[in-house]
Design a protein around this ligand. Structure first.
Ligand code: ZN
Length: 414
C-alpha cells in the first residue's frame, strides 16, 4: 500500500492554492491542473464516467461489484476530498522531505532552519516514532490538507479495482475545489450524485472522526465618516476609522479565537481597514450551539446600535448572515453513518479520536444539502502551516479505514 505515498507526492507537486474573495468557482484556474490529472487517473482505473465540470468538480463512479439484488440493498456512498490548499501559506513549488524511521526528536525544516517541528509543540508527533514522516522544506505548507485525503481515496479505489474479491456497493467519488475559501460544495449538484451517505476524507490526525462542526455566521460593518482639515475639524469631522476602533473594542476579548478552545464559541475580527471617510470591518461568529450563535448575532446588532447612538453623524451599515450549521443536527438523524465510520477506524487497529471541528467542513454543508457526511482522518497534522506533516502510516490507515467502511456497509445490508 506504499503507493498512497507515491500518489501523495505527485498531488502535492501540483500548485492548487485557492483564493479568498473571488465569486467564481473555482477561485483559481490552476486547480484544474490537479482535476485533469485525477480524471485521467480515474479513467485509467476503469471509471470511464470520470469527468471535471466547468466549476472544477471531479466526479466519477465505481460501479458495485455485487449482484443486482445486493447492489439495490447497499447504500450508495460518496467519498469526498478537496483539491485546493489554503491561501494562508504558500502552496507552490512544494519540496517534501521524507524522514525515514522518525526517531522522536525535533524535525528541522531544511529550507527554513528556524522552523522546527517538535514533539513538545505537537505532542501527537510522538505517536509516530518509527514511522516515515513527510514534511515540507519549511518554505511552504505541505498540502496534506487535503491531498492526503485524495491520495487515500485514489489508493482505495485502485485497491478495489485490482482485487475484485473485495465486495463493495456503488461508490461516487467527488473531488472539490475551493474548500479552503468556503465554497467547496456550493456549485455541486448533490442530487445528481444519487448518493445516500457521504464521507469527507479531510480530518487531520490518524483516528480522527468528526461529526460536529461550528454553527457559523459572518458579515461586515461599513462606517461612513466625514473628513475635514484636522486643524479645523472641531465638531465637524466624523472619523470612521476611530468609530471602527470603538466597535472592535466591544467584541468580547475573552470570546476570541485566541482566547477560546474546545467547545467554546467566539467573535472574530477578520480584517479592518479604513480612513476618516470610510472604514470597513469583516468579522465571523462561531458557536457549537445554535441558540448561542443567535445570541452572538444579536449582540453584534446591539453593539452597532449603541455605537450608532453615540455617533449620530456617522452612517453605520452592516450585513450579517448565517453561513453554515453544525452538521450534528443532520447526522443525529442517521446515527449509523457515524457508527460505521467508527467501526471502520477500529478495524484498522486505530484508536478513534472524536472531537468537534472548530470550523466548517464540506461535509457540514453536504449534510444540509441532503447528503449526511461526517469527516474521517486523512492523517496530516498542523493544517495551514509550514509545520504541516503527515506520517505515512496515517495515510495507509486512512486507506484501510475507507476499505473497511465499504465492507461494513455491505455486511450490514445483507
Ligand atoms: Zn481540508
Amino acid at each position: 500500500m506504499s503507493s498512497v505515498l507515491d500518489r501523495f507526492l505527485k498531488y502535492v507537486s501540483i500548485h492548487t492554492t485557492s483564493q479568498e474573495d473571488i465569486t467564481e468557482i473555482p477561485s483559481t484556474k490552476r486547480q484544474f491542473n490537479l482535476a485533469n490529472l485525477l480524471v485521467t487517473e480515474l479513467q485509467a482505473l476503469g471509471l470511464m464516467d470520470a469527468s471535471v465540470d466547468e466549476h472544477c468538480y471531479v466526479i466519477a463512479t465505481l460501479q458495485s461489484n455485487l449482484s443486482k439484488d445486493l447492489t439495490d440493498k447497499v447504500p450508495v456512498l460518496c467519498l469526498c476530498a478537496h483539491m485546493d490548499t489554503s491561501p494562508e501559506e504558500p502552496g507552490e513549488n512544494i519540496k517534501p522531505q521524507i524522514i525515514k524511521n522518525y526517531d522522536g526528536g525535533d524535525i528541522v525544516l531544511p529550507g527554513n532552519p528556524n522552523l522546527v517541528i517538535s514533539p513538545q509543540e505537537t505532542p501527537s508527533l510522538k505517536k509516530f516514532i518509527g514511522s516515515d514522516v513527510v514534511t515540507s522544506d519549511g518554505t511552504t505548507l505541505l498540502g496534506g490538507d487535503d491531498k492526503a485525503g485524495i491520495a487515500a481515496i485514489m489508493t482505495a479505489i485502485a485497491t478495489l479495482v485490482s482485487d475484485p474479491s473485495i465486495k463493495h456497493g456503488t461508490i461516487k467519488i467527488v473531488f472539490t475545489p475551493d474548500e479552503e475559501v468556503g465554497h467547496g460544495v456550493e456549485a455541486l449538484d448533490v442530487k445528481s450524485l444519487s448518493a445516500d451517505f457521504g464521507y469527507t476524507i479531510d480530518g487531520d490526525e490518524m483516528g480522527v472522526l468528526e461529526s460536529e462542526t461550528f454553527n457559523a455566521a459572518g458579515g461586515s460593518i461599513t462606517i461612513t465618516g466625514f473628513n475635514f482639515h484636522p486643524g479645523y475639524a472641531k465638531d465637524k469631522m466624523v472619523n470612521a476609522v476611530r468609530i471602527l476602533g470603538d466597535i472592535i473594542s466591544q467584541f468580547p476579548k475573552d470570546q476570541a479565537p485566541e482566547t477560546t478552545e474546545k467547545r467554546e464559541g467566539y467573535y472574530h475580527v477578520l480584517s479592518a481597514k479604513g480612513s476618516v471617510n470610510e472604514a470597513k470591518l469583516r468579522f465571523i461568529l462561531r458557536d457549537f450551539d445554535l441558540a448561542e450563535l443567535h445570541q452572538k448575532m444579536k449582540k453584534i446588532e446591539e453593539i452597532i446600535k449603541q455605537i450608532q447612538e453615540q455617533n449620530p453623524k456617522a452612517k453605520i451599515e452592516f450585513d450579517l448572515k448565517e453561513q453554515y450549521k453544525n452538521m450534528k443536527y443532520q447526522l443525529d438523524k442517521v446515527p449509523h453513518v457515524v457508527d460505521y465510520a467508527e467501526e471502520a477506524i477500529k478495524r484498522a487497529g486505530v484508536e478513534v479520536i472524536r472531537k468537534p471541528v472548530r470550523g466548517g467542513t464540506d461535509g457540514a454543508r453536504l449534510s444540509y444539502m441532503g447528503l449526511p457526511t461526517p469527516n474521517i482522518f486523512a492523517g496530516s497534522i498542523n493544517f495551514h502551516s509550514k509545520k504541516e506533516f503527515v506520517p505515512v502510516i496515517a495515510m495507509e490507515k486512512s486507506v484501510e479505514t475507507i476499505l473497511n467502511l465499504l465492507q461494513i456497509y455491505v455486511e450490514k445490508s445483507i
